[in-house]
Design a protein around this ligand. Sequence first.
Ligand SMILES: [Ca+2]
Length: 161
Amino acid sequence: MQKGVSFFLTILFILPLILFSVESSAQEIEEKMVVVKGTDDWKNTKIKLYPQDKVTIRASGQICFSSQYCNIAKVDADGWDKNTYQADWPGDYAYCFDPLRQVNHAALIGNVGSDDFFIGKDANFTGKDGVLYLRVNDCSLTGDFGNSGQFEVFISVKHFK
Ligand SMILES: [Ca+2]
């Protein structure tokens, strides 16, 4: 009888600890495909990120970033090399400032809160707090030097609770 009681008490103490540790490592995967057109301003993915979330992004597709020269002004989500952009495309460069001037032109970029950052074709990151927005790193979306095409962006978020 004594043994039975102490066993019962032990379970009573340990069970909440086990349940708590399972709960604290619980994960939820959120996956979404978002199309970002070359003409889109910041596009709301409607995915809310928390600092501990692990985000994986894979982007395919191509955009043309300068309507008159679509045969060569074509990039995947990694964009046009920032080191040669000014020399290769002086008209586009002088027309306006890209949202992120230190990042490849017309690359896929992201925004969370006040934080803008490079994404490109493949990205893995954590530590963001807020809704994820996406766009192309180009200031001339339509009109002169306007864009066409799109990136198909697969987003996978591991939420930790
Ligand atoms: Ca453009």
